[in-house]
Design a protein around this ligand. Structure first.
Ligand code: UDP
Ligand code: MG
Length: 316
């Protein structure tokens, strides 16, 4: 089996030297065990880094033929960088992993073994998240539940650490969407899948390249790219609000007809008005999100452009 390990990197100069060393060590180990072919490689995707990431990759590629790299024309985000790597990797199986060594390299050995046993997709699943902050743990847990509630199929506690066979990659290549949430797309493929459990470590060096805003945007992508449940929820909300208003109207009418009192109060007028106004704005917002998504998808924009490539066959 010819294996490619795809690593998206954005400003990872601090951790890259260690990552390179460890991954090359892993390749040698797999090779020595006879688990992978000698032309297996590491494929780094430089997602428009502004630091020395590309220089480091260039040096590494010159020093070791197993190191290949792509440089995207600008920062396109983790999901697109990853897609670029998956599309461009010439191998029988591809493992995707973050550059920061949070995922356990030992799990790759198990993934390769599972692939040799016939699995097309092997998900790396964290068995504990002690290295994450309580905030990240709680929000992640809540998010997975929300996705499940909305009927989006994802693997719990699996990020983008997985192995995919040639067959699975080709199937993934048929997906044309530009709003990417790979974690939701891969389970749609089917094929023979299995899971490998591992312990997630702390980031080895450098800072997270996923600030809260990027994380929220990916989370929202996951919901709106895979589920129309929010739209359905709005319909239900609208329906219940109408019924409630109807009930209120009948009640007020009853009081006016059968008693001498007027319907008391300012509150009963203003609160429902404000509430219904809010519901309408919210609904418009959600519908707008989906319309916006249609707009972006109809453009069929390419997800990335490769500006440079480092591989042994290039005449450099
Ligand atoms: N990354 C990327 N492009 C970006 C942001 C991040 O390619 O715009 C890469 C980053 O270099 C890393 C991976 O995506 O290899 C995951 O990022 P990070 O480890 O910072 O995220 P966290 O683990 O903190 O969620
Ligand atoms: Mg990380």
């Amino acid at each position: 089996m010819k294996l490619a390990i795809v690593v998206p990197c954005y400003n990872e100069e601090e951790v890259l030297p260690v990552t390179l060393k460890r991954l090359l060590g892993l390749l040698s180990q797999l090779r020595a065990q006879g688990a992978v072919d000698s032309d297996s490689m590491l494929l780094f995707v430089d997602d428009g880094s502004k630091d020395r990431t590309w220089e480091l990759l260039r040096e590494a590629a010159a020093a070791d033929a197993r190191v290949q790299a792509l440089r995207l024309s600008r920062n396109r985000g983790h999901q697109r960088a990853l897609l670029a790597g998956l599309r461009e990797a010439q191998a029988d199986a591809v493992v995707s992993i973050d550059a920061d060594l949070q995922d356990d390299l030992g799990a790759i050995v198990q993934m390769v073994a599972a692939a040799a046993g016939g699995a097309d997709i092997v998900y790396g699943v964290r068995c504990q998240r002690n290295s994450d902050t309580a905030f990240k743990r709680i929000t992640a847990e809540g998010y997975y539940r929300l996705l499940a509630m909305f009927g989006v199929e994802v693997i719990f506690n699996h990020a983008d650490f997985r192995l995919m066979s040639r067959r699975a990659l080709e199937a993934l290549g048929k997906f044309q969407e530009s709003n990417l949430f790979l974690r939701g797309m891969v389970p749609q493929l089917g094929f023979m899948t299995t899971v490998v459990y591992y312990e997630r470590h702390e980031r080895h060096a450098g800072n997270s390249k996923y600030p809260l805003a990027k994380m929220l945007s990916l989370a929202w992508e996951g919901i709106t790219s895979f589920s129309v449940a929010p739209l359905r929820f709005i319909t239900l909300l609208g329906l219940s609000t109408c019924l409630l208003a109807l009930g209120l109207g009948l009640w007020a009418l009853g009081i006016g007809i059968f008693t001498s009192e007027a319907v008391p109060g300012w509150t009963s007028t203003v609160v429902p008005l404000a509430f219904i106004g809010g519901v309408q704005l919210l609904s418009l917002g959600v519908i707008g999100e989906y319309v916006g998504k249609i707009y972006l998808e109809t453009k069929r924009r390419p997800a990335y452009f490769v500006s440079e490539r480092l591989s042994p066959d290039d005449a450099t």
